[in-house]
Design a protein around this ligand. Structure first.
Ligand SMILES: [Zn+2]
Length: 474
């Protein structure tokens, strides 16, 4: 029934112009607003601007309407007399984060299959500083479109949503949320339909064949639509040769290095030992990276979700336990407890190699973004994005680079680089106020206080409180 109420409200939203104007917020949306004024001056902030440049202290950011109009040392930026001034001493401001693999579903370990989270996820993304998401594999594209329109129209709060078509899966298929494509013509038909419905991206999945994937990419490109993939049956180099636009999951979906792999089939044994033993400087790994860079194929880092395979290193996050529905929370609490003594050294090594691969990809000139993949266990909306930041810093990126990967690079992948991703005059005023300094203490990224989207500041704590116990059911 919640779906019906969302759809009923949506006819209003769908009539609104698509341009990124500040919405006029409904009363229920307005309840989450902390700052809303025609001109806002954020003063005395430490600033990480998203370009990769070193953090700067004591900055003032001036916002007018939905735009950033000035950025500079406090005192050097003239603040209009009527501005609402917010003193951010002791705070750091980062750009609104762009989650490139930020699903709208969660697979409850208790109840099973991939369930849409129309209430909890939009609020959790926004509360944790993720102001734009690409859903990157949808179990319900129409629901995503409707929620996107409700957010754009101000009836709901959440990130800007880049909707993705239904998973392009082949056979065999074990997931009831996916349709197994039988042949290339069918791949074309599905891509054509959803492209005409307006989805700008597709994600291909683990058992698609090369001819199906090639047909899907060709059809998508005819419609100006892009394709990314979580691969297995097709290798990264094969997908690059077929003209794919982007790839998901760092190295962890790459079967280029599987010995004895049959064409169009997933390797018969698990890839964990292959990744754990990977030589990132070997010619075969160089070749994958070089071909991706040469063909401008970007990559999404999803370290947080792969960390779940090394439970002994997953930090216990009480915020996650609080957000989950009680039965699910109990399950995840047990997962944390058992994880403390898990023998997961193989995956610990694989994680290190995954981190090295991402560093090598960026060093070679590759465009790396990041996403939560908030699909499972303790990887849920917003919190998994923040864990990615900590893991990217652990991987050896500077904190400023890690922010750039999670903001400017994501915006670039989506074609929004002119509008989003950095804190500079002329950009949309999407920015995140965090207590402390995540460039010195990475976990400070978790201390989000206020999230600005289109110049409106939302109260993170109120958003989080409003979805307590909901993740796993709605
Ligand atoms: Zn995913």
């Amino acid at each position: 029934m919640r779906v019906l109420s969302i759809l009923a409200a949506c006819s209003l939203a769908a009539a609104l112009p698509a341009a990124a104007q500040r919405p006029s917020l409904s009363n229920s949306a307005r309840a989450f607003v902390a700052v809303d004024a025609p001109v806002v001056a954020l003063t005395h902030a430490r600033l990480v601007d998203g370009t990769g440049a070193p953090a700067r202290d004591d900055q003032t950011i001036l916002i007018s309407g939905d735009k950033i109009t000035a950025v500079g040392k406090t005192g050097s930026v003239s603040v209009p007399a009527d501005a609402r001034t917010v003193d951010l001493t002791g705070r750091t401001v980062i750009p609104g984060l762009v989650g490139l693999h930020d699903h709208m579903y969660y697979s409850s370990p208790v109840s099973g299959t991939m369930k849409f989270m129309p209430v909890s996820y939009p609020r959790l993304f926004l509360a944790n500083g993720i102001t734009t998401i690409r859903t990157t594999g949808s179990v319900d594209p129409y629901q995503e479109m409707n929620i996107k329109a409700l957010i754009a129209g101000g009836q709901m709060v959440g990130p800007e949503i880049v909707v993705t078509g239904p998973y392009l899966q082949g056979a065999p298929n074990q997931l009831v949320t996916m349709h197994p494509i039988a042949n290339p013509d069918e791949a074309r038909r599905i891509v054509r339909y959803w492209s005409e419905e307006g989805v700008p991206w597709f994600k291909a999945y683990t058992t698609i064949s090369r001819d199906q994937l090639g047909a899907a990419i060709d059809e998508a490109h005819k419609h100006g639509v892009k394709v990314t993939a979580h691969l297995c049956s097709v290798t990264y180099r094969e997908a690059v040769a077929l003209g794919i636009d982007h790839l998901e999951h760092g190295v962890f979906a790459n079967t280029d290095y599987a010995k004895g792999k049959q064409a169009d089939r997933c390797p018969s044994s698990g890839m964990d030992s292959v990744y754990a033993a990977l030589d990132v400087n070997s010619p075969e790994v160089r070749q994958t990276i070089d071909e991706m860079v040469k063909h401008h194929v970007g990559l999404t880092s999803t370290l947080a979700v792969y960390e779940l395979s090394s439970p002994s290193r997953v930090p216990v996050d009480q915020r996650v336990l609080d957000a989950l529905y009680p039965d699910v929370s109990k399950w995840v609490s047990d997962y944390y407890t058992k994880g403390r003594t898990a023998n997961d050294s193989l995956w610990q090594r694989a994680m290190k190699k995954g981190m090295e691969f991402e560093r090598a990809f960026v060093r070679a000139g590759g465009l790396l973004g990041a996403g939560a993949d908030p699909c499972c266990i303790s990887a849920i909306a917003g919190y998994a994005d923040q864990r990615n930041y900590e893991l990217l810093v652990e991987a050896g990126f500077t904190p400023e680079q890690a922010i750039q990967i999670m903001s400017a690079n994501g915006a670039k992948v989506l074609g929004f680089g002119d509008r989003l991703g950095t804190i500079a005059p002329g950009k949309q005023a999407d920015l995140v106020v965090v207590r402390g300094d995540p460039t010195r203490t990475p976990s400070d990224i978790r201390n989000v206080e206020t999230v600005f989207r289109q110049g409106i500041g939302y109260d993170s704590a109120k958003l989080v409180a409003s979805v307590k116990g909901m993740v796993g059911i709605k």
